[in-house]
Ligand binder design. Structure first.
Ligand SMILES: NC(=O)C1=CN([C@@H]2O[C@H](COP(=O)(O)OP(=O)(O)OC[C@H]3O[C@@H](n4cnc5c(N)ncnc54)[C@H](O)[C@@H]3O)[C@@H](O)[C@H]2O)[C@@H](O)CC1
Length: 484
C-alpha cells in the first residue's frame, strides 16, 4: 500500500530532520532526485547534452529545487533557462548554482523546449495559482523541442496550482507528465482532480520516513493488499463456513437491480447467496444457485446483508430496511436504502453495533449530508462517516472509503467504464459477499472498490461496458488477484 501525509505533518517531519543535518541537505537530496528523473526523460528523447530545459521558478523552496536540478542538468551540457516568476524573490543560492553551471534566466517562455520543470509552487501554495503564474501555465503543454516532440512537464513535488491537502484544483494549474515528490506522498498525488494532473508520480527518498510520526491522511491499496485480505476457502470449508450473503434489493418493478446485486455477490468469496424480495422468481431463473424467497423474514441465515437498489421507497421497502438494520450483522446500504435514510426515520435503527457501509454517489451524498462533497472529498467523507457512525464509500473516479474512526482509503483502479447503469449494484453485491466472508468492513469496502475498478477496466477491453459485463469480468479479475 502507499500512504500520503498532509502538509502540516510533512513540515513537522522535515523540521525535525533538518535539525539533525547541515543546512540545505534536504534540498540537495530533493534536487538530485529531481535532476536524475529529468535526465532519464531527456535520455529517452535524444540525450541530456544540448537539450533545451525550461525551469519555471517560483519564489519559494520549490523554485530552489528546480534551480539546483537545473544546475545539475546544465553541468551535463543541457541548455537551461530559468523563467523567474518573481525576480525580486528567488532562491538566491539556487540561482547562483544555476548560473555557475552555465544556465541563465529569461523573461519569457521560450518558443522551444525539450523539457519543462514546474517549480512555481510546492507544498507552500495557498489558494489557486495567482498571476502571472496562472497565465503562464496555460500554454505549457504546447511547447515542442527537438524533432517536434512535445516537451514533457515535470512537476516539482506537486503540480503548481493544486490544493495539496485535498486534491482539489481550484483554478489554473499545471498538468504534469511526471511529478517528482520528496519524502512521502501528499493527498494531491492520490485523490481528486489533482491526482490526474500529477501524471506518473515518483517518490524521492530524502530520509523523512523515520521522522514521519503522524498518521497518514490517506492510504492507497495495491494488488498485494487485496490478495492478502481476500477470504479464501480451505480444505475444511463448506458453503456455510465460507459465509452466506443476503441480498435484499430490487423488486418486481426493478428486477434488474436484484440480478446485478446477486451477480456481484456471486463473484465474491461466499459459499452461498440468498435473495429476499419480489424479484425472487427472476433471480432464480437467472442464477439457479441462489436461494430466493419473496420476504425478508423467510430468508434464512446470512452473515451480511445488502439492502437498497431497486427496492423502492414505499412502506414495504421501509419494513425491509428496518428488518435488515435490526439484525446483528454487517450491512451494506445503497441507492433506495439511502433515500429512505434521509428523512431521519431510521436514525434509531442506525444505532447498532455491527458495521454499516453506505455507498453514495455525489447526488446521494448531498441528500444524506445536506451538502455536496465539495472540493475536499476526503474531509467530506470523513465527516459523514463520523456523523452516521458508518463506513462511507463515496463513489467517484477515485472512490474514497472513510471510517468513523478517521481512516481513509482511496481506490486507484477507478475507470470511466464504471459510469454505467447498474454498476453500483454489482459493487454492493460484491461488497456484501466480502463482508459475509469475514472481512472487516473497511477492508471489504476497499477490496470491493478495487476489484470492481479492475473488472471495469477488463470489461472495457472488449468494447462498451454494461453492468453485466462488469459482473462477468469480476470472476476473471478475482482469479487474477487471488489465484482462485
Ligand atoms: N522543507 C523542506 O525541508 C524541503 C522542501 N522542499 C521543497 O520546498 C517546497 C516548499 O517550499 P516553500 O515552503 O518555500 O513553499 P513553496 O515554494 O511551495 O511556495 C512558497 C512561495 O510561493 C508563493 N505562493 C504561494 N501560493 C501561491 C499561489 N497560489 N500562486 C502563486 N504563488 C504562490 C508564496 O508567495 C511563496 O513565496 C516543497 O514543495 C519542496 O519542493 C524540498 O527542497 C525538500 C526539503
Amino acid at each position: 500500500m502507499r500512504q500520503a501525509w498532509r502538509v502540516a505533518d510533512v513540515r513537522a517531519a522535515e523540521q525535525s530532520l533538518m535539525a539533525t543535518l547541515p543546512e540545505g541537505t534536504l534540498m540537495q537530496r530533493a534536487a538530485a532526485g529531481l535532476a536524475r528523473r529529468c535526465a532519464l526523460l531527456l535520455e529517452d528523447a535524444g540525450g541530456v547534452y544540448g537539450a533545451r530545459v525550461v525551469l519555471l521558478v517560483g519564489s519559494g523552496d520549490n523554485g530552489g529545487d528546480a534551480l539546483y536540478a537545473g544546475a545539475a542538468l546544465a553541468r551535463r551540457g543541457a541548455q537551461v533557462r530559468a523563467l523567474l516568476i518573481r525576480p525580486d524573490r528567488v532562491h538566491l543560492a539556487g540561482l547562483r548554482a544555476l548560473r555557475a553551471a552555465g544556465g541563465f534566466t529569461v523573461r519569457e517562455l521560450p518558443g522551444q523546449a525539450d523539457l519543462v520543470v514546474d517549480g512555481i509552487v510546492g507544498i507552500g501554495a495557498s489558494g489557486g495559482l495567482r498571476k502571472p503564474a496562472a497565465a503562464l501555465v496555460e500554454g505549457l503543454g504546447e511547447l515542442r523541442g527537438r524533432s517536434g516532440r512535445r516537451a514533457p512537464v515535470v512537476a516539482v513535488d506537486v503540480p503548481s496550482g493544486v490544493a495539496v491537502d485535498t486534491g482539489d484544483v481550484p483554478g489554473a494549474a499545471v498538468s504534469a507528465d511526471v511529478t517528482v515528490t520528496f519524502g512521502c506522498l501528499k493527498p494531491a498525488h492520490v485523490v481528486g482532480p489533482a491526482a490526474v494532473r500529477c501524471g506518473q508520480v515518483e517518490l524521492v527518498d530524502i530520509g523523512l520516513g523515520p521522522v514521519l510520526r503522524a498518521d497518514p491522511a490517506v492510504s492507497v491499496p495495491d494488488a498485494a493488499d487485496i490478495a492478502e485480505w481476500w477470504p479464501r476457502p480451505d480444505h475444511a470449508s463448506d458453503k456455510y463456513t465460507r459465509g452466506v450473503v443476503g441480498i435484499a434489493t430490487g423488486s418486481a418493478t426493478y428486477p434488474g437491480a436484484a440480478l446485478l446485486g446477486v451477480s456481484g455477490a456471486l463473484a465474491g468469496p461466499t459459499g452461498m447467496v440468498r435473495y429476499a424480495g419480489s424479484a425472487h422468481a427472476e433471480v432464480v431463473r437467472a442464477h439457479p444457485s441462489v436461494v430466493a424467497v419473496p420476504r425478508f423474514p423467510d430468508a434464512g441465515r446470512a452473515q451480511a446483508w445488502v439492502c437498497g437498489s431497486g427496492l423502492g421507497t414505499d412502506d414495504d421497502a421501509r419494513t425491509t430496511l428496518r428488518s435488515v438494520l435490526a439484525t446483528a450483522l454487517p450491512v451494506v446500504l445503497d441507492a433506495d436504502a439511502l433515500t429512505l435514510l434521509i428523512d431521519g426515520k431510521h436514525a434509531k435503527d442506525l444505532r447498532r453495533d455491527a458495521p454499516v457501509v453506505v455507498t453514495p454517489h455525489d447526488g446521494e451524498f448531498k441528500r444524506l449530508a445536506g451538502e455536496a462533497p465539495g472540493p475536499d472529498r476526503v474531509g467530506a467523507a470523513l465527516k459523514l462517516a463520523s456523523w452516521m457512525n458508518a463506513i462511507v464509500l463515496l463513489k467517484g473516479d477515485r472512490t474514497i472509503v472513510a471510517t468513523p474512526a478517521g481512516e481513509v482509503w482511496v481506490n486507484p483502479t477507478g475507470t470511466s467504464a464504471l459510469a454505467t447503469a447498474g454498476s453500483g449494484d454489482v459493487l454492493a453485491g460484491l461488497l456484501g459477499s466480502l463482508l459475509a466472508g469475514g472481512l472487516p468492513a473497511e477492508r471489504a469496502a476497499v477490496a470491493a472498490a478495487y476489484a470492481h475498478g479492475l473488472a471495469g477496466r477488463r470489461a472495457a477491453e472488449e468494447g462498451p461496458v454494461t453492468a453485466p459485463d462488469i459482473a462477468a469480468a469480476l470472476r476473471h479479475t478475482v482469479f487474477d488477484l487471488t489465484g482462485q
